[in-house]
Design a protein around this ligand. Structure first.
Ligand code: M6R
Length: 612
Protein backbone atom coordinates (compact mmCIF):
# COMPACT_ATOMS: atom_id res chain seq x y z
CA UNK A 1 0.00 0.00 0.00
CA UNK A 2 2.94 2.28 0.59
CA UNK A 3 5.34 3.46 -2.09
CA UNK A 4 9.11 3.05 -2.26
CA UNK A 5 11.66 4.72 -4.49
CA UNK A 6 15.45 4.66 -4.36
CA UNK A 7 18.15 6.31 -6.45
CA UNK A 8 21.92 6.22 -6.85
CA UNK A 9 23.83 8.17 -9.50
CA UNK A 10 25.65 11.43 -10.03
CA UNK A 11 22.66 13.80 -9.79
CA UNK A 12 21.17 15.12 -6.57
CA UNK A 13 19.01 12.37 -5.10
CA UNK A 14 16.45 14.35 -3.10
CA UNK A 15 14.56 16.03 -6.01
CA UNK A 16 14.49 12.72 -7.90
CA UNK A 17 13.12 10.93 -4.84
CA UNK A 18 10.45 13.62 -4.31
CA UNK A 19 9.42 13.38 -7.93
CA UNK A 20 9.18 9.58 -7.68
CA UNK A 21 7.17 9.84 -4.48
CA UNK A 22 4.75 12.24 -6.11
CA UNK A 23 3.98 9.60 -8.70
CA UNK A 24 3.61 6.98 -5.99
CA UNK A 25 1.48 9.07 -3.69
CA UNK A 26 -1.67 7.31 -4.87
CA UNK A 27 -0.42 4.16 -3.13
CA UNK A 28 -0.49 5.71 0.32
CA UNK A 29 -0.48 9.28 1.44
CA UNK A 30 -0.61 9.79 5.17
CA UNK A 31 3.07 10.67 5.53
CA UNK A 32 6.24 10.68 3.47
CA UNK A 33 9.98 10.78 3.96
CA UNK A 34 13.39 10.45 2.38
CA UNK A 35 16.87 9.50 3.56
CA UNK A 36 19.96 10.66 1.70
CA UNK A 37 23.61 9.99 2.39
CA UNK A 38 25.06 13.49 2.44
CA UNK A 39 28.35 14.48 0.90
CA UNK A 40 29.88 14.62 4.38
CA UNK A 41 28.86 10.97 4.98
CA UNK A 42 25.82 11.32 7.22
CA UNK A 43 22.38 9.82 6.69
CA UNK A 44 19.99 12.78 6.58
CA UNK A 45 16.40 11.70 7.23
CA UNK A 46 13.51 14.11 6.62
CA UNK A 47 9.94 13.00 7.04
CA UNK A 48 6.56 14.52 7.71
CA UNK A 49 2.98 13.59 8.40
CA UNK A 50 0.50 14.57 5.71
CA UNK A 51 0.71 14.84 1.95
CA UNK A 52 4.00 14.95 0.12
CA UNK A 53 3.82 18.74 -0.21
CA UNK A 54 4.51 19.09 3.50
CA UNK A 55 7.79 17.23 3.08
CA UNK A 56 8.56 19.01 -0.19
CA UNK A 57 8.20 22.41 1.47
CA UNK A 58 10.19 21.28 4.49
CA UNK A 59 13.23 20.47 2.34
CA UNK A 60 12.80 23.20 -0.25
CA UNK A 61 11.96 20.82 -3.07
CA UNK A 62 14.96 18.69 -2.12
CA UNK A 63 17.48 21.53 -2.52
CA UNK A 64 18.32 21.60 1.17
CA UNK A 65 19.71 18.04 1.13
CA UNK A 66 22.85 17.37 -0.88
CA UNK A 67 23.74 13.80 -1.77
CA UNK A 68 23.54 11.44 -4.73
CA UNK A 69 22.16 8.32 -3.10
CA UNK A 70 18.91 7.97 -1.21
CA UNK A 71 15.63 6.19 -0.52
CA UNK A 72 12.09 7.53 -0.16
CA UNK A 73 8.72 6.36 1.05
CA UNK A 74 5.09 7.39 1.03
CA UNK A 75 3.09 5.68 3.74
CA UNK A 76 -0.31 4.12 4.36
CA UNK A 77 -0.19 3.45 8.09
CA UNK A 78 -0.39 -0.10 9.43
CA UNK A 79 1.68 -0.14 12.62
CA UNK A 80 1.23 3.09 14.53
CA UNK A 81 -0.78 6.18 13.64
CA UNK A 82 0.27 8.43 10.79
CA UNK A 83 2.69 10.92 12.36
CA UNK A 84 6.21 12.24 11.83
CA UNK A 85 7.82 9.60 14.03
CA UNK A 86 6.12 6.59 12.47
CA UNK A 87 6.80 7.88 8.95
CA UNK A 88 9.59 6.13 6.99
CA UNK A 89 12.57 6.04 6.55
CA UNK A 90 13.51 4.63 9.94
CA UNK A 91 17.02 5.10 11.23
CA UNK A 92 18.85 2.68 13.51
CA UNK A 93 19.81 4.04 16.93
CA UNK A 94 23.46 4.35 15.91
CA UNK A 95 22.49 6.37 12.82
CA UNK A 96 24.21 3.89 10.48
CA UNK A 97 21.24 2.21 8.80
CA UNK A 98 18.13 3.73 7.20
CA UNK A 99 15.22 1.61 5.99
CA UNK A 100 12.04 2.08 3.96
CA UNK A 101 9.60 -0.80 3.99
CA UNK A 102 6.32 -1.89 2.40
CA UNK A 103 4.51 -4.84 3.95
CA UNK A 104 4.22 -6.17 7.47
CA UNK A 105 6.83 -7.92 9.62
CA UNK A 106 4.72 -10.44 11.52
CA UNK A 107 7.24 -11.37 14.23
CA UNK A 108 8.34 -7.79 14.95
CA UNK A 109 7.22 -7.88 18.60
CA UNK A 110 9.47 -10.85 19.36
CA UNK A 111 12.38 -9.22 17.50
CA UNK A 112 11.80 -5.93 19.22
CA UNK A 113 11.87 -7.67 22.63
CA UNK A 114 15.11 -9.34 21.62
CA UNK A 115 16.66 -6.02 20.65
CA UNK A 116 15.43 -4.33 23.83
CA UNK A 117 17.11 -7.12 25.80
CA UNK A 118 20.30 -6.16 23.94
CA UNK A 119 19.98 -2.54 25.06
CA UNK A 120 18.29 -1.09 21.95
CA UNK A 121 15.61 1.57 22.33
CA UNK A 122 12.83 2.48 19.91
CA UNK A 123 11.31 5.78 18.90
CA UNK A 124 8.37 4.64 16.76
CA UNK A 125 5.60 2.07 16.97
CA UNK A 126 6.49 0.55 13.62
CA UNK A 127 7.67 -2.89 12.58
CA UNK A 128 10.06 -1.16 10.18
CA UNK A 129 12.19 0.41 12.90
CA UNK A 130 12.76 -3.13 14.19
CA UNK A 131 14.22 -4.05 10.79
CA UNK A 132 16.54 -1.03 10.81
CA UNK A 133 17.74 -1.81 14.33
CA UNK A 134 18.18 -5.51 13.60
CA UNK A 135 20.31 -4.74 10.55
CA UNK A 136 22.38 -2.38 12.73
CA UNK A 137 22.72 -5.15 15.32
CA UNK A 138 24.12 -7.62 12.79
CA UNK A 139 26.13 -4.94 11.03
CA UNK A 140 27.87 -4.24 14.33
CA UNK A 141 28.79 -7.95 14.43
CA UNK A 142 29.94 -8.50 10.85
CA UNK A 143 30.79 -5.06 9.44
CA UNK A 144 29.17 -5.83 6.06
CA UNK A 145 25.75 -4.44 5.17
CA UNK A 146 24.83 -7.20 2.72
CA UNK A 147 25.72 -9.93 5.18
CA UNK A 148 23.76 -8.10 7.91
CA UNK A 149 20.72 -7.93 5.59
CA UNK A 150 20.98 -11.65 4.79
CA UNK A 151 21.03 -12.42 8.52
CA UNK A 152 17.98 -10.24 9.12
CA UNK A 153 16.05 -11.83 6.26
CA UNK A 154 16.65 -15.23 7.87
CA UNK A 155 14.94 -13.96 11.01
CA UNK A 156 12.03 -11.85 9.86
CA UNK A 157 8.65 -13.30 8.94
CA UNK A 158 5.99 -11.58 6.86
CA UNK A 159 5.91 -9.46 3.75
CA UNK A 160 8.43 -6.87 2.73
CA UNK A 161 9.88 -4.72 0.04
CA UNK A 162 12.90 -3.03 1.60
CA UNK A 163 15.25 -0.24 0.61
CA UNK A 164 18.30 0.01 2.88
CA UNK A 165 21.06 2.59 3.20
CA UNK A 166 24.25 2.00 5.20
CA UNK A 167 26.35 5.01 6.15
CA UNK A 168 29.64 3.15 5.71
CA UNK A 169 28.75 1.98 2.19
CA UNK A 170 27.71 5.22 0.47
CA UNK A 171 28.32 3.96 -3.06
CA UNK A 172 25.36 1.56 -3.03
CA UNK A 173 22.10 0.66 -1.33
CA UNK A 174 20.37 -2.67 -0.82
CA UNK A 175 16.90 -3.88 -1.80
CA UNK A 176 15.04 -7.03 -0.76
CA UNK A 177 11.65 -8.41 -1.59
CA UNK A 178 9.15 -10.97 -0.31
CA UNK A 179 5.42 -10.78 -1.05
CA UNK A 180 5.50 -7.05 -1.83
CA UNK A 181 6.37 -5.62 -5.23
CA UNK A 182 9.78 -4.15 -5.99
CA UNK A 183 11.60 -3.54 -9.22
CA UNK A 184 14.95 -2.22 -10.33
CA UNK A 185 15.19 0.48 -12.99
CA UNK A 186 18.36 0.84 -15.07
CA UNK A 187 19.37 4.39 -15.98
CA UNK A 188 22.35 6.01 -17.71
CA UNK A 189 25.02 6.14 -15.01
CA UNK A 190 22.36 5.73 -12.36
CA UNK A 191 19.98 3.08 -11.07
CA UNK A 192 16.68 3.00 -9.21
CA UNK A 193 14.38 0.89 -7.13
CA UNK A 194 10.63 1.40 -7.04
CA UNK A 195 7.60 -0.38 -5.73
CA UNK A 196 5.78 0.68 -8.87
CA UNK A 197 7.19 1.57 -12.25
CA UNK A 198 5.27 4.88 -12.37
CA UNK A 199 7.82 6.27 -9.89
CA UNK A 200 10.71 5.93 -12.34
CA UNK A 201 9.13 5.77 -15.80
CA UNK A 202 10.30 9.34 -16.41
CA UNK A 203 13.89 8.12 -16.17
CA UNK A 204 13.85 4.63 -17.61
CA UNK A 205 11.69 1.92 -19.17
CA UNK A 206 14.37 -0.72 -18.70
CA UNK A 207 13.55 -2.70 -15.56
CA UNK A 208 13.93 -6.05 -13.77
CA UNK A 209 11.25 -7.35 -11.44
CA UNK A 210 12.55 -8.76 -8.18
CA UNK A 211 11.24 -12.17 -7.13
CA UNK A 212 10.42 -13.30 -3.63
CA UNK A 213 13.54 -13.96 -1.59
CA UNK A 214 15.80 -11.94 -3.86
CA UNK A 215 18.19 -9.26 -2.71
CA UNK A 216 19.92 -6.63 -4.86
CA UNK A 217 22.88 -4.36 -4.28
CA UNK A 218 22.41 -1.25 -6.38
CA UNK A 219 25.21 1.12 -7.28
CA UNK A 220 25.33 3.79 -10.01
CA UNK A 221 26.92 1.53 -12.60
CA UNK A 222 25.94 -1.95 -11.49
CA UNK A 223 23.15 -3.99 -9.96
CA UNK A 224 24.11 -7.29 -8.38
CA UNK A 225 21.27 -9.70 -7.59
CA UNK A 226 21.23 -12.60 -5.14
CA UNK A 227 18.66 -15.39 -4.96
CA UNK A 228 17.01 -16.71 -1.82
CA UNK A 229 20.02 -19.03 -1.36
CA UNK A 230 22.17 -15.89 -1.21
CA UNK A 231 23.96 -16.84 -4.44
CA UNK A 232 24.74 -14.17 -7.08
CA UNK A 233 22.38 -14.36 -10.07
CA UNK A 234 21.73 -12.56 -13.35
CA UNK A 235 18.27 -11.25 -14.10
CA UNK A 236 16.41 -10.61 -17.32
CA UNK A 237 15.55 -7.06 -18.34
CA UNK A 238 11.99 -6.07 -19.23
CA UNK A 239 10.92 -3.06 -21.29
CA UNK A 240 7.92 -1.02 -20.16
CA UNK A 241 5.80 -0.38 -23.22
CA UNK A 242 4.05 2.81 -22.10
CA UNK A 243 5.58 6.20 -21.46
CA UNK A 244 5.41 8.93 -18.89
CA UNK A 245 2.39 10.70 -20.43
CA UNK A 246 0.23 7.68 -19.57
CA UNK A 247 0.88 8.37 -15.90
CA UNK A 248 0.12 12.10 -16.08
CA UNK A 249 -3.19 13.97 -15.98
CA UNK A 250 -2.93 15.33 -19.52
CA UNK A 251 -5.08 18.41 -18.89
CA UNK A 252 -7.79 16.70 -16.83
CA UNK A 253 -8.57 17.96 -13.35
CA UNK A 254 -8.23 14.46 -11.92
CA UNK A 255 -6.78 11.13 -12.92
CA UNK A 256 -10.20 9.59 -12.29
CA UNK A 257 -11.85 11.71 -14.97
CA UNK A 258 -9.00 11.07 -17.37
CA UNK A 259 -9.28 7.34 -16.76
CA UNK A 260 -13.06 7.36 -17.23
CA UNK A 261 -12.51 9.07 -20.58
CA UNK A 262 -9.82 6.55 -21.54
CA UNK A 263 -12.20 3.62 -21.25
CA UNK A 264 -13.20 3.30 -24.92
CA UNK A 265 -9.55 3.14 -25.96
CA UNK A 266 -8.68 0.76 -23.14
CA UNK A 267 -11.45 -1.58 -24.27
CA UNK A 268 -10.26 -1.40 -27.86
CA UNK A 269 -6.74 -2.35 -26.79
CA UNK A 270 -7.89 -5.13 -24.50
CA UNK A 271 -10.63 -6.65 -26.61
CA UNK A 272 -9.97 -5.86 -30.25
CA UNK A 273 -6.44 -7.21 -30.14
CA UNK A 274 -8.01 -10.56 -29.25
CA UNK A 275 -10.63 -10.66 -31.99
CA UNK A 276 -9.60 -11.82 -35.43
CA UNK A 277 -12.02 -12.41 -38.29
CA UNK A 278 -14.81 -12.05 -35.77
CA UNK A 279 -13.43 -14.89 -33.65
CA UNK A 280 -11.91 -14.62 -30.19
CA UNK A 281 -8.24 -15.56 -30.28
CA UNK A 282 -6.44 -15.84 -26.96
CA UNK A 283 -2.89 -16.22 -28.20
CA UNK A 284 -1.70 -15.42 -24.69
CA UNK A 285 -3.61 -18.31 -23.12
CA UNK A 286 -2.04 -21.72 -22.46
CA UNK A 287 -5.26 -23.22 -21.13
CA UNK A 288 -6.87 -24.81 -24.18
CA UNK A 289 -10.48 -24.65 -25.18
CA UNK A 290 -10.40 -28.46 -24.84
CA UNK A 291 -9.30 -28.30 -21.19
CA UNK A 292 -12.43 -26.39 -20.22
CA UNK A 293 -14.44 -29.55 -20.87
CA UNK A 294 -12.82 -31.23 -17.87
CA UNK A 295 -13.48 -28.35 -15.50
CA UNK A 296 -16.23 -29.15 -13.03
CA UNK A 297 -16.50 -25.74 -11.40
CA UNK A 298 -15.19 -22.23 -11.94
CA UNK A 299 -14.25 -19.92 -9.10
CA UNK A 300 -13.77 -16.21 -9.58
CA UNK A 301 -11.70 -14.68 -6.80
CA UNK A 302 -11.02 -10.97 -6.23
CA UNK A 303 -11.48 -7.97 -3.92
CA UNK A 304 -13.38 -4.69 -4.23
CA UNK A 305 -14.24 -3.57 -7.73
CA UNK A 306 -12.48 -6.57 -9.22
CA UNK A 307 -14.86 -8.71 -7.16
CA UNK A 308 -17.75 -6.73 -8.65
CA UNK A 309 -16.49 -7.70 -12.08
CA UNK A 310 -16.63 -11.27 -10.82
CA UNK A 311 -20.28 -10.84 -9.79
CA UNK A 312 -21.16 -9.79 -13.35
CA UNK A 313 -19.01 -12.70 -14.50
CA UNK A 314 -20.94 -15.22 -12.45
CA UNK A 315 -24.20 -14.25 -14.17
CA UNK A 316 -22.66 -14.15 -17.62
CA UNK A 317 -20.37 -17.17 -17.48
CA UNK A 318 -23.06 -19.43 -16.04
CA UNK A 319 -25.52 -18.19 -18.63
CA UNK A 320 -23.09 -18.75 -21.48
CA UNK A 321 -21.27 -21.88 -20.36
CA UNK A 322 -23.86 -23.68 -18.26
CA UNK A 323 -21.19 -24.59 -15.73
CA UNK A 324 -21.33 -23.65 -12.04
CA UNK A 325 -19.45 -20.45 -11.25
CA UNK A 326 -18.77 -19.23 -7.73
CA UNK A 327 -17.60 -15.72 -7.10
CA UNK A 328 -15.63 -15.34 -3.89
CA UNK A 329 -14.19 -12.46 -1.92
CA UNK A 330 -10.50 -13.29 -1.71
CA UNK A 331 -10.33 -12.33 1.96
CA UNK A 332 -13.04 -14.91 2.77
CA UNK A 333 -11.99 -17.60 0.34
CA UNK A 334 -8.60 -18.16 1.90
CA UNK A 335 -10.10 -19.04 5.28
CA UNK A 336 -13.17 -21.04 4.28
CA UNK A 337 -11.59 -24.41 3.52
CA UNK A 338 -12.77 -24.01 -0.09
CA UNK A 339 -14.01 -26.93 -2.15
CA UNK A 340 -11.42 -26.38 -4.83
CA UNK A 341 -9.62 -29.26 -6.50
CA UNK A 342 -7.76 -30.22 -9.65
CA UNK A 343 -11.01 -30.08 -11.60
CA UNK A 344 -11.46 -26.43 -10.72
CA UNK A 345 -10.57 -23.43 -12.82
CA UNK A 346 -9.84 -20.41 -10.67
CA UNK A 347 -10.08 -17.02 -12.35
CA UNK A 348 -8.26 -14.43 -10.27
CA UNK A 349 -9.00 -10.78 -11.06
CA UNK A 350 -6.76 -7.92 -9.95
CA UNK A 351 -5.82 -4.55 -11.41
CA UNK A 352 -2.62 -4.19 -9.42
CA UNK A 353 -1.72 -7.87 -9.32
CA UNK A 354 -0.45 -7.22 -5.81
CA UNK A 355 -3.54 -7.36 -3.58
CA UNK A 356 -2.43 -9.47 -0.66
CA UNK A 357 -5.74 -11.22 0.02
CA UNK A 358 -6.13 -12.09 -3.65
CA UNK A 359 -2.59 -13.37 -3.77
CA UNK A 360 -3.12 -15.52 -0.68
CA UNK A 361 -6.35 -16.93 -2.11
CA UNK A 362 -4.52 -17.73 -5.34
CA UNK A 363 -1.90 -19.68 -3.41
CA UNK A 364 -4.57 -21.51 -1.44
CA UNK A 365 -6.35 -22.55 -4.63
CA UNK A 366 -3.09 -23.54 -6.29
CA UNK A 367 -2.09 -25.68 -3.33
CA UNK A 368 -5.40 -27.52 -3.72
CA UNK A 369 -4.60 -28.34 -7.32
CA UNK A 370 -6.70 -25.76 -9.19
CA UNK A 371 -5.62 -24.20 -12.46
CA UNK A 372 -5.08 -20.47 -11.98
CA UNK A 373 -5.95 -18.07 -14.78
CA UNK A 374 -5.57 -14.46 -13.79
CA UNK A 375 -6.86 -11.25 -15.33
CA UNK A 376 -4.34 -8.58 -14.34
CA UNK A 377 -3.46 -5.06 -15.44
CA UNK A 378 0.09 -4.67 -14.15
CA UNK A 379 2.58 -6.62 -16.21
CA UNK A 380 5.04 -8.63 -14.16
CA UNK A 381 3.04 -8.24 -10.94
CA UNK A 382 3.08 -10.95 -8.31
CA UNK A 383 -0.32 -12.40 -9.19
CA UNK A 384 0.59 -12.49 -12.86
CA UNK A 385 3.83 -14.29 -12.10
CA UNK A 386 2.32 -16.91 -9.80
CA UNK A 387 -0.58 -17.78 -12.08
CA UNK A 388 -0.58 -20.67 -14.53
CA UNK A 389 -1.99 -18.32 -17.15
CA UNK A 390 -2.46 -14.56 -17.44
CA UNK A 391 -4.70 -12.43 -19.59
CA UNK A 392 -3.55 -8.84 -19.32
CA UNK A 393 -6.02 -5.99 -19.45
CA UNK A 394 -4.33 -3.36 -21.54
CA UNK A 395 -5.76 -0.45 -19.59
CA UNK A 396 -2.40 1.27 -19.07
CA UNK A 397 -1.42 2.67 -15.69
CA UNK A 398 -4.39 3.45 -13.46
CA UNK A 399 -3.51 6.12 -10.93
CA UNK A 400 -6.81 7.21 -9.35
CA UNK A 401 -7.55 5.09 -6.31
CA UNK A 402 -11.10 4.56 -7.56
CA UNK A 403 -10.82 2.16 -10.45
CA UNK A 404 -12.68 2.81 -13.69
CA UNK A 405 -10.80 1.75 -16.80
CA UNK A 406 -9.35 -1.32 -15.12
CA UNK A 407 -12.88 -2.36 -14.08
CA UNK A 408 -14.13 -1.92 -17.66
CA UNK A 409 -11.30 -3.87 -19.23
CA UNK A 410 -11.59 -6.67 -16.67
CA UNK A 411 -15.28 -6.88 -17.47
CA UNK A 412 -14.89 -7.16 -21.21
CA UNK A 413 -12.10 -9.69 -20.89
CA UNK A 414 -14.15 -11.88 -18.55
CA UNK A 415 -17.14 -11.70 -20.90
CA UNK A 416 -14.90 -12.70 -23.80
CA UNK A 417 -13.43 -15.56 -21.80
CA UNK A 418 -16.95 -16.80 -21.05
CA UNK A 419 -17.89 -16.64 -24.71
CA UNK A 420 -14.67 -18.36 -25.78
CA UNK A 421 -15.23 -21.24 -23.37
CA UNK A 422 -18.95 -21.45 -24.14
CA UNK A 423 -18.09 -21.81 -27.80
CA UNK A 424 -15.61 -24.59 -27.02
CA UNK A 425 -18.30 -26.34 -24.99
CA UNK A 426 -20.79 -25.98 -27.82
CA UNK A 427 -23.15 -23.94 -25.64
CA UNK A 428 -23.63 -20.92 -27.91
CA UNK A 429 -25.11 -20.89 -31.37
CA UNK A 430 -23.21 -19.27 -34.20
CA UNK A 431 -25.80 -16.48 -34.29
CA UNK A 432 -25.41 -15.76 -30.59
CA UNK A 433 -21.63 -15.82 -30.88
CA UNK A 434 -21.61 -13.49 -33.90
CA UNK A 435 -24.06 -11.14 -32.25
CA UNK A 436 -21.96 -10.80 -29.09
CA UNK A 437 -18.77 -10.22 -31.08
CA UNK A 438 -20.49 -7.59 -33.19
CA UNK A 439 -21.68 -5.85 -30.07
CA UNK A 440 -18.23 -5.99 -28.46
CA UNK A 441 -16.82 -4.31 -31.54
CA UNK A 442 -19.41 -1.49 -31.22
CA UNK A 443 -18.94 -1.03 -27.49
CA UNK A 444 -16.14 1.60 -27.47
CA UNK A 445 -18.00 3.79 -30.00
CA UNK A 446 -21.15 3.67 -27.90
CA UNK A 447 -19.13 4.48 -24.82
CA UNK A 448 -17.54 7.44 -26.60
CA UNK A 449 -20.97 8.67 -27.56
CA UNK A 450 -21.97 8.57 -23.87
CA UNK A 451 -18.81 10.35 -22.77
CA UNK A 452 -19.39 13.18 -25.22
CA UNK A 453 -22.66 14.12 -23.60
CA UNK A 454 -22.45 14.19 -19.84
CA UNK A 455 -24.45 17.35 -19.09
CA UNK A 456 -27.39 15.34 -17.68
CA UNK A 457 -25.14 13.57 -15.26
CA UNK A 458 -23.54 16.80 -14.08
CA UNK A 459 -27.04 18.17 -13.58
CA UNK A 460 -28.17 15.15 -11.53
CA UNK A 461 -24.99 15.34 -9.49
CA UNK A 462 -25.74 18.97 -8.67
CA UNK A 463 -29.27 17.96 -7.59
CA UNK A 464 -28.14 15.20 -5.30
CA UNK A 465 -24.67 15.96 -3.98
CA UNK A 466 -26.02 16.85 -0.54
CA UNK A 467 -27.59 13.46 0.10
CA UNK A 468 -26.53 11.54 3.23
CA UNK A 469 -27.54 8.12 2.06
CA UNK A 470 -28.10 6.56 -1.34
CA UNK A 471 -29.45 3.17 -2.42
CA UNK A 472 -28.65 1.50 -5.72
CA UNK A 473 -31.25 -1.10 -6.61
CA UNK A 474 -31.42 -3.50 -9.51
CA UNK A 475 -31.89 -7.08 -10.50
CA UNK A 476 -29.47 -9.58 -12.00
CA UNK A 477 -26.77 -7.72 -14.00
CA UNK A 478 -28.16 -4.42 -12.79
CA UNK A 479 -27.61 -5.55 -9.22
CA UNK A 480 -24.02 -6.54 -10.06
CA UNK A 481 -23.45 -3.17 -11.71
CA UNK A 482 -25.06 -1.40 -8.76
CA UNK A 483 -22.43 -2.88 -6.45
CA UNK A 484 -19.80 -1.02 -8.43
CA UNK A 485 -21.83 2.19 -8.75
CA UNK A 486 -22.35 2.23 -5.02
CA UNK A 487 -18.69 1.59 -4.23
CA UNK A 488 -17.61 4.37 -6.58
CA UNK A 489 -19.93 6.84 -4.87
CA UNK A 490 -19.03 5.97 -1.30
CA UNK A 491 -15.28 5.72 -1.75
CA UNK A 492 -14.80 9.13 -3.31
CA UNK A 493 -17.74 11.22 -2.04
CA UNK A 494 -18.01 9.68 1.47
CA UNK A 495 -21.79 9.43 1.08
CA UNK A 496 -23.19 6.32 2.71
CA UNK A 497 -24.46 4.11 -0.05
CA UNK A 498 -25.69 0.56 -0.45
CA UNK A 499 -26.39 -1.65 -3.42
CA UNK A 500 -29.34 -3.93 -3.07
CA UNK A 501 -30.90 -6.62 -5.20
CA UNK A 502 -34.29 -5.00 -5.73
CA UNK A 503 -36.18 -8.13 -4.74
CA UNK A 504 -34.45 -8.10 -1.35
CA UNK A 505 -35.59 -4.62 -0.41
CA UNK A 506 -38.82 -5.71 1.15
CA UNK A 507 -36.94 -8.19 3.36
CA UNK A 508 -35.58 -5.40 5.52
CA UNK A 509 -33.87 -2.52 3.78
CA UNK A 510 -37.01 -0.80 2.59
CA UNK A 511 -37.50 0.40 6.18
CA UNK A 512 -34.64 2.83 5.52
CA UNK A 513 -36.42 4.56 2.67
CA UNK A 514 -38.04 7.79 3.79
CA UNK A 515 -39.09 11.08 2.25
CA UNK A 516 -36.34 12.31 -0.06
CA UNK A 517 -34.03 9.27 0.17
CA UNK A 518 -32.19 9.00 -3.14
CA UNK A 519 -32.69 5.63 -4.81
CA UNK A 520 -30.76 5.02 -8.01
CA UNK A 521 -32.91 2.49 -9.83
CA UNK A 522 -31.01 0.46 -12.38
CA UNK A 523 -33.24 -0.83 -15.12
CA UNK A 524 -30.88 -1.65 -17.96
CA UNK A 525 -31.35 -5.42 -17.72
CA UNK A 526 -34.05 -5.80 -20.34
CA UNK A 527 -35.39 -9.27 -19.37
CA UNK A 528 -36.40 -7.97 -15.93
CA UNK A 529 -37.35 -4.40 -16.82
CA UNK A 530 -40.96 -4.83 -15.69
CA UNK A 531 -39.90 -6.24 -12.35
CA UNK A 532 -37.44 -3.38 -11.92
CA UNK A 533 -40.33 -0.98 -12.52
CA UNK A 534 -42.43 -2.54 -9.76
CA UNK A 535 -39.57 -2.00 -7.32
CA UNK A 536 -39.30 1.61 -8.41
CA UNK A 537 -42.98 2.10 -7.64
CA UNK A 538 -42.53 0.47 -4.23
CA UNK A 539 -39.76 2.83 -3.16
CA UNK A 540 -41.54 5.86 -4.58
CA UNK A 541 -44.57 4.94 -2.48
CA UNK A 542 -42.30 5.27 0.59
CA UNK A 543 -41.12 8.74 -0.42
CA UNK A 544 -37.92 7.90 -2.31
CA UNK A 545 -36.54 10.36 -4.82
CA UNK A 546 -35.70 8.08 -7.75
CA UNK A 547 -33.01 8.60 -10.34
CA UNK A 548 -33.36 5.85 -12.95
CA UNK A 549 -30.99 4.37 -15.49
CA UNK A 550 -32.30 2.45 -18.44
CA UNK A 551 -31.63 1.59 -22.05
CA UNK A 552 -32.74 4.00 -24.80
CA UNK A 553 -35.70 1.83 -25.81
CA UNK A 554 -37.17 1.88 -22.33
CA UNK A 555 -36.65 5.55 -21.50
CA UNK A 556 -40.19 6.53 -22.53
CA UNK A 557 -41.67 3.73 -20.45
CA UNK A 558 -39.51 4.62 -17.45
CA UNK A 559 -40.45 8.28 -17.76
CA UNK A 560 -44.09 7.42 -17.17
CA UNK A 561 -43.09 6.68 -13.58
CA UNK A 562 -39.80 8.51 -12.97
CA UNK A 563 -38.95 12.09 -13.88
CA UNK A 564 -35.17 11.80 -13.76
CA UNK A 565 -33.90 9.18 -16.18
CA UNK A 566 -30.41 8.56 -17.58
CA UNK A 567 -30.39 6.85 -20.93
CA UNK A 568 -27.83 4.19 -21.84
CA UNK A 569 -27.24 2.95 -25.41
CA UNK A 570 -28.40 -0.59 -25.95
CA UNK A 571 -26.03 -3.50 -26.51
CA UNK A 572 -26.19 -7.26 -26.07
CA UNK A 573 -27.73 -8.03 -22.66
CA UNK A 574 -24.58 -9.58 -21.24
CA UNK A 575 -22.53 -6.50 -22.20
CA UNK A 576 -25.00 -3.94 -20.86
CA UNK A 577 -23.09 -3.35 -17.56
CA UNK A 578 -20.08 -2.21 -19.59
CA UNK A 579 -22.13 0.78 -20.74
CA UNK A 580 -24.33 1.19 -17.68
CA UNK A 581 -21.42 1.62 -15.32
CA UNK A 582 -20.13 4.73 -17.12
CA UNK A 583 -22.85 7.15 -15.91
CA UNK A 584 -22.47 5.71 -12.42
CA UNK A 585 -18.74 6.47 -12.46
CA UNK A 586 -19.39 9.98 -13.72
CA UNK A 587 -22.17 10.58 -11.19
CA UNK A 588 -19.82 9.57 -8.36
CA UNK A 589 -17.09 11.80 -9.80
CA UNK A 590 -19.24 14.94 -10.09
CA UNK A 591 -20.90 14.40 -6.71
CA UNK A 592 -17.45 14.12 -5.10
CA UNK A 593 -16.28 17.19 -7.02
CA UNK A 594 -19.20 19.27 -5.73
CA UNK A 595 -18.54 18.06 -2.21
CA UNK A 596 -14.94 19.22 -2.49
CA UNK A 597 -13.48 15.75 -1.93
CA UNK A 598 -9.96 14.69 -2.75
CA UNK A 599 -11.10 12.54 -5.65
CA UNK A 600 -7.89 10.81 -6.67
CA UNK A 601 -6.76 10.16 -3.12
CA UNK A 602 -9.82 9.46 -0.98
CA UNK A 603 -9.32 9.36 2.76
CA UNK A 604 -8.12 6.13 4.39
CA UNK A 605 -7.65 4.37 1.05
CA UNK A 606 -4.72 3.32 -1.10
CA UNK A 607 -4.55 2.05 -4.64
CA UNK A 608 -3.07 -1.30 -3.93
CA UNK A 609 -3.88 -3.15 -0.73
CA UNK A 610 -0.82 -5.20 0.13
CA UNK A 611 -1.76 -5.86 3.74
CA UNK A 612 -4.40 -8.23 5.07
O1 M6R B 1 -5.69 -4.22 -7.56
P1 M6R B 1 -6.92 -5.01 -7.28
O2 M6R B 1 -7.87 -5.05 -8.42
O3 M6R B 1 -6.64 -6.39 -6.75
O4 M6R B 1 -7.65 -4.20 -6.12
C1 M6R B 1 -8.81 -4.69 -5.51
C2 M6R B 1 -9.52 -3.58 -4.80
O5 M6R B 1 -8.73 -3.05 -3.78
C3 M6R B 1 -9.91 -2.44 -5.77
O6 M6R B 1 -10.69 -2.93 -6.81
C4 M6R B 1 -10.68 -1.34 -5.03
O7 M6R B 1 -11.90 -1.82 -4.57
C5 M6R B 1 -10.87 -0.18 -6.00
N1 M6R B 1 -9.75 0.69 -5.93
C6 M6R B 1 -12.11 0.57 -5.77
O8 M6R B 1 -12.27 1.56 -6.73
Amino acid sequence: MCGIVGFVGSEQAAPILLDGLERLEYRGYDSAGIAVISDDKKIIVKKAKGRLNVLRDMINGGKSIAGTIGIGHTRWATHGEPNDINAHPHLSGDGKIAVVHNGIIENYVELRDFLISQGYTFKSETDTEVVAQLIAFYYAECGNALEAVFRVLRRIEGAYALGILCIDEPEHFIAARKDAPLLIGYGEGCNFIASDVTAIIKHTRDVSYMEDGEVAVISADKVQFYNAMEQPIEKAHNTIDWDVSAAEKGGYAHFMLKEIMEQPEAIRKTAFSRIRDNRIVFEDLKFTAEQIKDVSRIFIIACGSSYHVGVVGKYNLERLMRKPVEVCLASEFRYCDPLVDDKSLVIVISQSGETLDTMAALREAKARGAYILSIVNVVGSSIARESDDVLYTWAGPEIAVATTKAYSTQLILLDMLGLYFADALGKVSKDQYDDIIEQILCLPDKMEQMLEDIEDIKHFASNYFNQNSVFFIGRNLDYAMGLEGSLKLKEISYIHSEAYASGELKHGTISLIEDGTLVIALGTYEPLFDKAMSNVVEVQARGADVLALTIENNVAEMKKTVENVISVPETHTILQPSLGVVPLQLFAYYVALLRGCDIDKPRNLAKSVTVE
